[in-house]
Design a protein around this ligand. Sequence first.
Ligand SMILES: NC(=O)C1=CN([C@@H]2O[C@H](COP(=O)(O)OP(=O)(O)OC[C@H]3O[C@@H](n4cnc5c(N)ncnc54)[C@H](OP(=O)(O)O)[C@@H]3O)[C@@H](O)[C@H]2O)C=CC1
Ligand SMILES: CC(C)(CO)C(=O)C(=O)O
Length: 320
Amino acid sequence: MNILVIGCGAIGSFYAERLANARATVTVTARGAHLDALKRNGLTVIHDGETRHQDVIACSHPELQSTSKVDDFDVIVIALKATQTKALLNELGSWLVAGKTPVLSVQNGVDNEPLLASVIGQARVWGGLSVRSGGEISQPGVATTTGIYKVIIGPWPASNTIPSNLTALASLWQSQHVPLEVSNDIRKELWKKLIVNCGVNPLSTVTRQKTYELTHQPELAQKVYGAMQETGRAAAYDGVEITPDEVDDMFNLIKSFNSIKTSMLIDLEKGRELELDAILGSVIARCRLLGKPAQITESLWTELTSKPLPDSLDGLFNRE
Ligand SMILES: NC(=O)C1=CN([C@@H]2O[C@H](COP(=O)(O)OP(=O)(O)OC[C@H]3O[C@@H](n4cnc5c(N)ncnc54)[C@H](OP(=O)(O)O)[C@@H]3O)[C@@H](O)[C@H]2O)C=CC1
Ligand SMILES: CC(C)(CO)C(=O)C(=O)O
């Protein structure tokens, strides 16, 4: 298979390396010193102490547009930050539209897939998420990662018919022992992941704590659980039912993880934009639209940004 991974950060690097090792032809996009290093030395992933290396094709987005067509690829995987989805569509939207290749998002949040669908059409969009994964670009050309990196993917928003190219992509990852689940209801899976992210990512950023402390110190754990409950309530706006047991399951899941530094805390430490709209904003806006309380997520929002609380879904991405 010929696979394009847009955004060769921590998550993109891990999955691209496994695909290349499964003998897929892998192109990754990157920029700056990281792109230069990828072109010069290939991609290195240090996963839980094991160093792996692959030669990949690396290019910038302008180079991608000038050297290839969207249908040159069998699948496109988007592993950018959710804060970058709209910019991607501004930059590469017309290139993406000119073909039939399916596009899989493995980003955090529940609004990437609908945003992609609004430009390239729902039929070409697959939803996805990465479970129990952590990491960062530790130096140009090198991703240092930790965790299980389970993938859950499925046609957006839900379908009992799984396309053959989705199964083929899944088989490549499975051949590399990447735990994988194909879902008929990926939108619900994305909401379940958002329960975890909304529970731990913003609070980790406020307190500078990893997931173990957040879920084991009683005062913090109470806030994590409260934000998770609010996220479960917000899902109703999208017609997704989350039961109290499912909230408990997600809390227990993150509580039993290896202690992970959340991606939002890593972003804070690196002085990068935080995925606040995708993780907190999407929950706050939906609770407000439903007339349901979201005190904990609202107070985390206020601690992390001076932007006004979002009360509609309009403009949630890349708000000024
Ligand atoms: N890391 C983690 O622990 C986890 C992350 N996730 C989610 O996965 C998604 C990806 O996260 P993560 O891998 O950490 O993010 P990263 O920031 O590490 O990766 C995104 C990559 O895309 C690059 N990029 C952004 N815009 C462009 C552009 N226009 N042209 C070329 N390259 C570009 C970035 O470069 P630059 O650095 O220059 O911006 C960066 O290398 C997010 O939604 C995140 O929340 C999920 C589970 C765990
Ligand atoms: C759930 C968690 C904390 C680790 O996979 C994550 O998704 C993140 O860091 O963004």
